[in-house]
Design a protein around this ligand. Structure first.
Ligand code: DC
Length: 226
């Protein structure tokens, strides 16, 4: 097996990307690059500073000064914005929608591009997102695109939010996911779509561990074949 591979895991909300990426990062002892967390943190600042999501000048100004750091703490990802721990705040639904909105702005994507490439430049990374296989790491060693049917994706997201103590309604979660799907797939820059060389996995009827094992098996078989 080669060392320090770059592995990308893309797909829509609720497809199972985050959990699978964490499991894989643990198995390989790789860095887990949660690119959605970067967009969420950017959105958090936009929200805190009352910036309109389409105000390109203010977004550009924020892009110049925002300081985002991802730290691994005992296997858990900690997200810092200007030194403040925002790990929990960035996961609320309001931030999910705002992250999706501002991620359509080229100025935001450009600002976050170099941060992501820099984190993966030495390999040994599981990069999870919407465009890690198409734009951020087009030469990744392995690319996977996870998807699941809408009912299952909403169900997973709903359970995740409830487990986190959020008071949400199933139909609201469905509406938000559909809206994010539309925004993320239809934007002009780096839309959500599988890279042509990505391996697609339908996770609808699979557990997260099935998905992680399927990916591990594919990588091990290919690496053994050279
Ligand atoms: O993966 P996530 O739910 O944490 O991502 C939140 C939003 O961030 C998502 O709806 C779109 C945006 N995003 C993106 O545009 N590109 C990425 N690589 C990751 C996330």
């Amino acid at each position: 097996m080669r060392e320090k591979l770059v592995i990308t895991i893309d797909g829509p909300a609720g497809a199972g990307k985050s959990t699978v990426s964490k499991v894989l990062a643990g198995q390989f002892s790789y860095l887990y690059l949660d690119t959605g967390a970067l967009y969420r943190t950017f959105a958090y600042k936009v929200w805190k500073e009352n910036i309109a999501p389409d105000d390109k000048d203010r977004l550009a100004e924020l892009a110049k000064r925002i300081k985002i750091a991802l730290e691994n703490e005992n296997g858990n990802l900690k997200i810092l914005c200007g030194g403040k721990d925002v790990t929990r705040e960035i996961r609320i639904e309001q931030i999910s929608l705002l992250a999706s909105k501002i991620s359509a702005q080229p100025v935001v994507r450009e600002a976050l591009l170099s941060v992501q490439r820099d984190m993966g430049k030495n390999g040994g990374v599981i990069a999870e997102g919407r465009d890690t296989g198409t734009v951020i790491f087009p030469k990744a060693d392995y690319k996977f695109f996870l998807d699941a049917d809408i009912k299952e994706r909403v169900n997973r997201r709903y359970k995740e939010l409830i487990a986190r103590g959020e008071c949400v309604d199933f139909s609201e979660v469905k509406r938000d996911i559909l809206l994010r799907d539309k925004q993320d797939r239809e934007r002009e820059v780096a839309p959500l779509k599988p890279a042509i060389d990505a391996i697609a996995i339908d996770t609808t009827n699979m557990t997260i561990f099935d998905v992680a094992n399927t990916i591990l098996k594919i990588i091990r078989v290919k690496e053994a074949a050279g």
